[in-house]
Write a protein of this length. Sequence first.
Length: 186
Amino acid sequence: MMKWIPLALILALTACSSTPQTRYYQLPVAASNTVVSSQAFSRPVWVEAVSVPDYLAGNGVVYQSNDVQYVIAANNRWASPLDQQLMQTLVGNLSSELPGAIVSSAPLGQQHDTLNVTITGFHGRYDGKAVVSGVWILQREGRLVKRAFTLALPQSEDGYDSLVRTLSLGWQQISIQIANAINQQR
């Protein structure tokens, strides 16, 4: 009987321990009240690509822990690939910001504007800010417009939920900047 007591104790302790719960995050498409212009657009906008660097291309949400170190979360993951989420929300945000424009992630006909975005930062930072940075290039009738962007937005509270919401807000602000530039090119 005594030899079963240690085994029962080990089983009881093992049952009490638990593995961390994995959480999955999806960027929300924010509804915007901003209207860039009510004019009808004659050329569709093709969002050809939104690319992310390797450190952001994995499943884990990224956090910069100091000036040179990045941590990729093991239990806080993107629900779908980040580049796909950024593409989908950009198309949704631009469609909202450019009433009358056809914005798509697929080419539409022979005549269209082409937008490519390269993300260099989309992560939390040790100072409580969410970083959204990169560059976008708009091609229209042989002309190129290239703009870099960098935002460092303060999180309203700690945690990954707040980080993802703040990153989404930053991405929406970049979408508004892109929509304004598209509007100026028309």
